[in-house]
Design a protein. Structure first.
Length: 443
């Protein structure tokens, strides 16, 4: 009943109090400074263990090797921190600007950006009319309670469910005035931040009429307090470090530690019997035997592998804000995904029309700067390939015609040879007859 009778933030004093308490309606991914992240990496247990081993090597007079190893360790940690900061900046750049909404303040409607919303504001939400092509069009900017009207909302960004959800107002649902609002049980009356309004129906009979025919809503939560903000906060501010305390690794280290302690005790026992041996060197060697259970180079090799994995993931547009989780991903055998909303989408986007040649897609939009030149080059290459194919076809036709002519001439020659042979035979016969007649006349 409190929300049904509200008139929004009426006075400027109430607006200032709400702004001081809640701030702007922003879900901004924080990018910590380089040094703070570097300090976080430098106090990690593995790095401290490596520095301790480097100190032992320095005491054993391995100066060059120790200093070079320390330099490599710090360099690798700086590389990992730089990659992590780059991923956070990329993730922050993916944030979409919130759309402008009509807000009821001081007894009148004002068109304000979504970042200016405060808990308690009365807003008008709905599917934008016309061809609104902006990324934030139709996206709910904050968690809002539906007071008047109804809407069909897509909540795939929060739940992964592609089926649109039907939202009804509290007045249509007939809720009792004394009933307390519960977000989980009354979610059919709440429009959550980040969801998209597919269809809406306004209500003109309400005491406060919306100027654009949208649904009348009251803002409940903004910023990181919204459902979308809490989800993002869970992703960003989950456990910052995960220790490798699984049973297999612990058992393996204990197994090696048993032999290391046994070997150190043997060296210490026999070393104390030699009075001429330095006690400092003896204790140092025993400690180095124990620390050799875990190779000091192992964390550095892990850092190299993790950094290489980060580079490969970024090339595939996969951003990892917590690189220490990558080795744990290597233990995954089966990975199950939801379908629509995660791997696939329920929206069909027309990319273009396939023309000639069949392997080339003709875009339906006017190319931007740089794309036009590239498109012209593609067209020139396609035209050149067509000309080449035409030349080849013409050449093949000419060769076929020439071959047919040669075959025809050969056939004519073959037909002419028997004719010539017959004529020669007739000539020979006539010559013989003439010779015979001459002989008779001579007789």
């Amino acid at each position: 009943d409190h929300y049904n009778k509200t008139a929004g933030l009426g006075s400027e004093a109430r607006q200032l109090v709400a702004f001081d308490r809640w701030g702007e309606n922003r879900v901004v991914v924080p990018v910590p400074p380089f040094m703070s992240l570097l300090k976080e990496h430098l106090v990690a247990p593995f790095f401290v263990f490596q520095v301790f081993c480097v100190g032992l090597w320095c005491l054993d007079e391995y100066w060059y090797y120790s200093l070079f190893t320390l330099f490599m360790l710090v360099s690798f940690e700086c590389t990992v921190v730089s990659q992590r900061l780059r991923n956070l900046r990329e993730l922050r750049a993916l944030q979409v600007a919130k759309m402008h909404v009509n807000v009821y303040r001081s007894g009148k409607w004002e068109l304000l950006p979504g970042e200016a919303l405060l808990p308690g504001d009365l807003v008008s939400l709905g599917r934008p009319s016309g061809n609104a092509s902006s990324d934030g069009a139709g996206v709910v900017p904050a968690d809002c309670l539906l007071l008047a009207g109804s809407a069909i909302v897509e909540e795939a960004v929060l739940t992964g469910e592609s089926t649109p959800q039907w939202k009804v107002s509290t007045t249509d649902a007939g809720l009792k005035g004394s009933q307390r609002l519960d977000i989980k049980s009354d979610k059919t009356h709440v429009l959550f931040a980040g969801t998209k309004v597919l269809q809406h129906t306004g209500e003109r009979a309400h005491r406060i009429k919306t100027p654009d025919g949208g649904c009348l809503c009251v803002v409940l939560r903004t910023g990181f307090d919204t459902s979308q903000g809490r989800l993002l906060r869970t992703i960003l501010f989950s456990t910052e470090r995960v220790t490798a305390n699984n049973w297999e690794a612990g058992a393996f280290i204990l197994f090696l530690l048993f032999f290391a302690v046994t070997a150190a005790w043997y060296v210490l026992h026999h070393g104390l019997q030699d009075a001429s041996r330095s006690r400092f060197k003896l204790v140092l060697n025993c400690v180095m035997i124990i620390t050799s259970v875990v190779p000091p180079e192992l964390p550095m090799e892990l850092s190299m592998a993790v950094n290489a994995s980060l580079v490969n993931l970024v090339k595939k547009k996969v951003f990892c804000t917590e690189p220490f989780r990558i080795p744990y991903a290597g233990k995954v055998d089966v990975c199950c995904f939801d379908k629509t909303g995660t791997l696939t989408s329920d929206h069909l986007l027309l990319e273009g029309v396939v023309g000639d040649p069949l392997t080339r897609t003709v875009p339906l939009v006017w190319p931007e700067e740089g794309e036009e030149e590239e498109e012209r080059k593609r067209g020139g290459k396609a035209e050149e390939s067509r000309r080449t194919r035409r030349k080849k076809s013409k050449k093949q036709e000419e060769e076929q015609q020439q071959q047919q002519q040669e075959e025809g001439e050969e056939e004519e020659e073959e037909e002419g040879e028997p004719k010539r042979s017959n004529e020669e035979k007739l000539k020979k016969k006539s010559a013989r007859k003439d010779n015979g007649d001459d002989d008779k006349n001579g007789d």
